[in-house]
Ligand binder design. Structure first.
Ligand code: ADP
Ligand code: MG
Length: 530
């Protein structure tokens, strides 16, 4: 594995497990001398200078890493990496969660060391330390040599090892919403806690990050901020956000606010209507943690600006922000570049699709929950396996399946047969998969509705009678298909993506102001969904 023709002995890759002593690994002598060496400069100013100098070189290492590994891999694993110190031979870098440390060690050890060697002259080894919130330097340190034995990538996140995070929501928790500074948040589902969240390869990083956020909300030295979760629908983003909110409420008196982007927008628009926009902004001051869900629905120019302003001031004030979205930051059309890059500065992590083993565990967990209220509830293993095999798209299907099986059980009080399970699967898969709308359909419906030809829509003509349907078409394409702006531009007569963006914004704004247009668009959507 030590490729690239470098001397294997020089490539020893060590890591300190900050705060979480891993007893299975011996403490190595070289490490304690390293720690002693650093304690000579223990005064805070010198330390912070050292860190600064280190991070300047680190910036260059990051650039080299990014070029070498590509943007995707870099932002998944290295965004949150920081450089702490260099003593001529040893580079110490830090990451916010233990899982990230294990992952980098087991997958990118060689790359990281080689990239470091380019900037930190003489670097022989790298230690990765888990940043401990509220601590200026890692405390108890045990090291493990990686490269020979290797840390397992499947190593559990720190919080899983330390203690179970949340208990099932007791009566005191069933308030169901977060309130902060007179704001009413979006409803919280009492079932969505860390306890009911099943961890697997698809979501391990997101889960580790979420638990860490919940634990460190009130710490001065936050692990990472903001936390940005993204994935396709139904893979547990909302579940994790609610789990953070419940956990923070349980542990502390911190002011938590959970809002969907739609609710944020609604409250903001209401505030403007009652000429209360300033008060709206002000209300966010007292919040310790803001969780925004479904960020891709943050629409409308003023709303976006306001959102950006609020997020910036929360982050500047050291408050925690957690965002969930169907898209990664780079693909958020609405927000400006500065905001997109700010949202990338903490930890960006994607939940990938659930593998069969994880689906099985989620189903079992859900069945167990039903059994907690009705111990007689039974599902044959073969049925659970069939469901795990067939329901591949999202956790929502899995939840739906167990709910239906339970209903069937209540009606019949006999074990659910495979036949019944098949029917349930068919219903679910059909019921859940929305009809996929194509740009071709949109062109057809729009041209029919406004009595303009498709050629005209695609042409360069700028007459209002053509421009309007064209813009509405682009707007519908953005909202009803997963096509990107440049793709939509191409399909609407080879137009630039900025033209598309302009059209979408214009129609978006008008829809907010003009109920007749809103109704017209609803009608077009109905026709498209038929
Ligand atoms: P998203 O917000 O990503 O669209 P949700 O958080 O709403 O997804 O999840 C959809 C459903 O799937 C919920 O019922 C949720 O509890 C369940 N789910 C998703 N992932 C998991 C998981 N890892 N463990 C348990 N339930 C899960
Ligand atoms: Mg969601």
């Amino acid at each position: 594995m030590l490729s690239h023709g470098l001397d294997a002995a020089r490539l020893q890759f060590a890591a300190i497990s900050g705060g979480e002593v891993d007893m299975s690994h011996s403490v190595e002598g070289h490490l304690s001398s390293q720690v002693d060496g650093r304690s000579g400069k223990s005064d805070a100013a010198a330390k912070s200078n050292e860190r600064k100098a280190c991070n300047e070189r680190g910036e260059k290492v990051r650039a080299i890493l990014k070029a070498r590994l590509g943007e995707d891999i870099y932002s998944s694993w290295f965004n949150a990496l920081e450089f702490e110190s260099f003593d001529g031979r040893l580079v110490v870098a830090t990451v916010p969660v233990k899982f990230l440390k294990s992952w980098i060690q087991s997958h990118y050890a060689d790359d990281l060391l080689e990239c470091c060697a380019a900037e930190f002259e003489g670097a022989e080894r790298i230690e990765i330390v888990v940043r401990q919130p509220g601590m200026s330097k890692p405390a108890s340190q045990a090291s493990q040599a990686v490269g020979q034995s290797g840390a397992s990538a499947a190593e559990l996140p720190s919080s899983e090892q330390r203690r179970p995070l949340s208990r099932p929501a007791g009566p005191a928790f069933l308030t169901g919403r977060t309130h902060a500074s007179g704001f009413e948040g979006s409803p919280l589902d009492p079932r969505y806690t860390f306890d009911t969240f099943v961890v697997g390869p698809a979501n391990r990083m997101a889960h580790a990050a979420a638990t860490q956020v919940a634990e460190t909300v009130l710490a001065d030295d936050r692990a990472f901020n903001p936390l940005y979760l993204h994935s396709n629908v139904g893979l547990g983003k909302t579940h994790l956000q609610h789990a953070i909110a419940w956990e923070v409420k349980r542990q502390s008196k911190a002011q938590v606010l959970y809002l969907t982007a739609e609710r944020f927008r609604y409250q903001f628009v209401e505030a403007i209507k009652s000429q209360d926009a300033l008060a709206f902004k002000d209300k966010f001051r007292a919040i310790d943690i803001l969780l925004i869900d479904d960020l891709e629905f943050m629409r409308g120019e003023k709303t976006e600006q306001e959102f950006e302003h609020i997020v910036n001031s929360l982050l500047d004030g050291g408050k925690q922000v957690v965002v969930a979205s169907a898209r990664p930051p780079a693909q958020l059309d609405g927000l400006n570049d500065r905001m997109r890059s700010r949202l990338q500065r903490g930890l960006v992590t994607e939940i990938s699709s659930l593998d069969p083993a994880l689906r099985l565990k989620i189903l079992e967990k859900r069945a167990q929950e039903k059994r907690a209220t009705d111990p007689s509830f039974e599902i044959p293993n073969a049925v659970v396996e069939l469901l795990a095999d067939k329901l591949t798209e999202s956790g929502r299907e899995l939840e739906g399946a167990i709910n239906r099986l339970y209903l069937t059980w209540q009606l019949m009080h006999a074990p659910v047969t495979l036949d019944i399970a098949e029917t349930i699967i068919r219903d679910l898969v059909q019921g859940i998969e929305p009809r996929r709308i194509k740009i071709e359909d949109i062109l057809r419906i729009v041209s029919r509705h406004y009595a303009v030809s498709k050629q005209d829509i695609l042409s360069q003509r700028r007459h209002r009678s053509v421009v309007r349907p064209r813009q509405i078409g682009m707007y519908l394409a953005k909202h009803l298909t997963s096509r990107s702006l440049p793709e939509i531009g191409r399909r609407f007569g080879d137009r630039d993506h900025t033209t598309v963006l302009h059209a979408i914004r214009k129609i978006d704004k008008e829809v907010g102001e003009n109920p007749r247009l809103k109704e017209e668009i609803e009608e077009l959507k109905r026709q498209l969904h038929r």
